[in-house]
Design a protein around this ligand. Structure first.
Ligand SMILES: [Fe+2]
Ligand SMILES: [Fe+2]
Length: 202
């Protein structure tokens, strides 16, 4: 629980450390105009919020998981999520933007949802993780269409995150995730849409 609290603090204060170097490393900084720069930073703020929530969801998963093998298997995904958090925060800084002011709120909300899913048992916990990863993957594909075409630094970060999320979803499915009922999937989509609209601005 102490470790969990420490991680929560680091997540919302944006000082998480990466295990793998940013995929943007070695790629030249593009010449972007003011509007493109602000747009890319805002999209990355949305992604950063998604990663703050991922930290909370995996934390909730770790707090409630009953099967130690599952827990171990998901630790790797959780550590990759910490990379995503650091990469997206780093790119926001480079673009001159800032992370969401509401991060403590996003974290608390996602942790509550993660713990609630965990309370239903491992299969539902995993189902929720798998569906989240699937939606994040789709969402990142959408961002690749909206990001400035020349902003290769941001695009490489998003592309690498998307590849990881696909792996995370497969991990959750391989561990025996249940299939979420359609109304829950739709509710998750609606909540994600609201979150992205707000995080683009604040
Ligand atoms: Fe992620
Ligand atoms: Fe993920």
């Amino acid at each position: 629980m102490i470790v969990g609290f420490d991680r929560a603090l680091r997540t919302v204060s944006g000082v998480d450390q990466e295990q793998r170097p940013s995929p943007a490393q070695g790629i030249a900084e593009p010449e972007l105009n003011e509007i493109e720069r602000a747009h890319a930073a805002a999209l990355m703020r949305v992604n950063h919020v998604g990663e703050v929530c991922a930290q909370a969801l995996y934390q909730g998963q770790a707090l409630t998981a009953r099967d130690p093998d599952n827990q171990r298997a998901l630790q790797r995904a959780a550590s990759e999520e910490a990379d995503h958090l650091a990469w997206s925060a780093g790119r926001i800084r480079e673009l001159g933007g800032r992370t969401s002011l509401l991060n403590p709120l996003w974290y608390a909300g996602a942790l509550a949802v993660g713990v609630a899913a965990g309370a239903l048992g491992d299969r539902w916990n995993l189902a929720f993780l798998a569906e989240t990863e699937r939606q994040v993957e789709e969402h990142l594909s959408g961002h690749l269409e909206r990001l400035p075409p020349d902003d290769r630094r941001t695009r490489e970060v998003v592309r690498a995150m998307r590849a990881d999320e696909a792996k995370h979803r497969e991990t959750a499915l391989a561990l025996g995730a249940a299939e979420l009922p359609a109304p829950i999937r739709l509710a998750m989509r609606a909540a994600a849409r609201l979150m992205t609209e707000v995080a683009y601005r604040v």
